[in-house]
Design a protein around this ligand. Structure first.
Ligand code: GLN
Length: 488
């Protein structure tokens, strides 16, 4: 066996920092093709248990890895993600690869184009391994709503990895990719990252293009990275962020060097602790871990102060009105004509639509379409959707007032540690309440990072959520680096 293959094997067994891995590839110590092959071997071994990948893009990945090796052999300068194996949540499209969004209704759909985030990763040298399992149309908090079966949490396979980007979080936790992309509409990056003990980033709304994202709730959807450490997550965000003329909501704000910014110490930053995120329903072990994290921030020189966000209690109903309303509009396009699955029972056009949607969508997606259609219907629009928009505005203003006093807010990411598979599937309301600490920032459009912050007595991961104002991801990264360095 050639020596480089041994090196690649070792690198896959012990997760490496992205920058170190890139050095190995640039120096020719490790071939990108060999590294990708080792990741595929690891995926083949672990996927039957964890159910993380829905499809693999081997041909495309190995061709890209070969290009990187060619550049390295010539001694050419290498792009920032040269040869780095990355997984993509299956709500982002890749040309020619199946795109399921975790749903049966997209069966057989092969999109003819790449999402902008995918294009940017590949232009930066990343090797895209395949598409990752998720809740159907990103609706869920446990990955149990996938039409292709749940993902298991690598920390404890009897437990959920969180959702909806459960595959993206589990892939990083099990080192089935060095980094991944997920999406966050109401917590779907932050909560699974927290459940699997990895770093997850919800960028500011507009920071990353949504072009090529299968939409759930367009005013809330964000694309963002997962990684094993804060600096790697910052590097990935730097690659995918920035204006895109194909997404009218994408921002023209300049993109800082997030990785370099994250190297700045957190000392002197003002940190707010909102009382409303530490109330009833918070698991005592999660609370204790987050309190240790807050002590660590004080020790790192942060100035910690209490803040109050009294409207927070309206966030769950507001989110579940707005998100379902937008989903009911976005999902109207899946009618058996334009994409994927079509029912065989099509005695008339309207029967074909009905049967296709009845057979193609899962229970949670149907529930959301019903809720959203109701909230938007004439006669109820003002009382539900209109009111929710007003409350959304109040929630955003409340954060803005807090950010006049502090640089970042810290909270638990989830009120509870990862729960058991099946534990909440019979009770949609208790599943919705799992999002209690994440949905408010989604409604306000601000950014957030979740970073591992200790464990429970049983060894289950706890995540700290760090929220910062619009376009202030760099501040959230600095705070996250301090928590990470403290090894709570
Ligand atoms: N769990 C939330 C929901 O089910 C958030 C999902 C998401 O962020 N995509 O809507």
């Amino acid at each position: 066996m050639p020596s480089e293959s041994k090196t690649a094997e070792t690198l896959v067994e012990t997760p490496q920092r992205l920058s170190a891995l890139r050095e190995e590839i640039a120096s020719g110590n490790v071939k990108a093709v060999e590294l990708a092959s080792r990741y595929y071997e690891r995926i083949a071994a672990l996927n039957p248990v964890l159910n993380v990948y829905l499809s693999l893009s081997k041909e495309r990945a190995l061709a890209q890895a070969g290009r990187v090796d060619g550049l390295a052999a010539k001694g050419d300068p290498l792009p920032p993600l040269a040869g780095i194996p990355i997984g993509i949540k299956d709500v982002l499209v890749m040309k020619g690869a199946p795109a399921t969004a975790g749903s049966k209704i997209l069966e057989g759909y092969h999109p003819p184009y790449d999402a902008t985030a995918v294009t940017r990763l590949e232009a930066a040298g990343a090797v895209l391994l395949g598409k990752l399992n998720c809740d159907e149309f990103a609706m869920g908090s446990s990955n149990e709503n996938s039409a292709f079966g749940p993902v298991r949490n690598p920390v404890d396979p009897e437990r959920v990895p969180g959702g909806s980007s459960g595959g993206s979080a589990a892939a990083v936790a099990a080192n089935m990719a060095v980094g991944t992309l997920g999406t966050d509409t109401g917590g779907s990056i932050r909560q699974p990252a927290s459940f699997c003990g990895v770093v997850g980033v919800m960028p500011t709304y507009g920071r990353v293009s949504r072009y090529g994202l299968i939409a759930f709730a367009s005013s809330l959807d964000r694309v963002g990275p997962f990684a094993g450490n804060v600096r790697d997550a910052a590097t990935l965000l730097g690659v995918i962020a920035g204006h895109d003329e194909r997404d009218a909501t994408s921002s023209a704000a300049p993109v800082p060097d997030f990785a370099a910014e994250s190297d700045n110490p957190a000392a002197g930053l003002r940190i707010g602790v909102p009382a409303e995120y530490f109330g009833e329903g918070l698991d005592p072990e999660v609370r204790a871990a987050i309190e240790k994290g807050i002590q660590a921030l004080k020790a790192a020189g942060c100035r910690v102060q209490p803040v109050s966000l009294p409207h927070t209690r309206y966030a769950i109903p507001t989110y579940y009105l707005i998100a379902t309303a937008e989903a009911s509009a976005n999902l109207a396009r899946f009618d058996g004509v334009r994409y994927g699955y079509r029912s065989g029972r099509s005695e008339s056009l309207s029967a074909m639509y009905r049967h296709t949607r009845d057979e193609g969508f899962g229970a949670e997606v149907k529930r959301r379409i019903l809720l959203g259609t109701y909230a938007l219907s004439a006669g109820y629009y003002d009382a539900y959707y209109g009111k929710a928009q007003q409350v959304r505005r109040l929630l955003a203003e409340e954060y803005l007032r807090a950010f006049a006093q502090v640089d970042a807010l810290v909270t638990p990411t989830s009120p509870v540690p990862p729960f058991k598979l099946g534990e909440k599937t019979g009770d949609p309301l208790s599943m919705y309440l799992a999002d209690i600490y994440t949905v408010t920032a989604s409604l306000a459009g601000i950014c957030g990072v979740t970073v591992p912050c200790g464990t429970t007595g049983a060894g289950l991961p706890v995540g700290m959520q760090i929220l910062a104002s619009h376009m202030n991801e760099a501040t959230a990264f600095r705070v996250a680096r301090a928590v990470e360095a403290a090894k709570v």
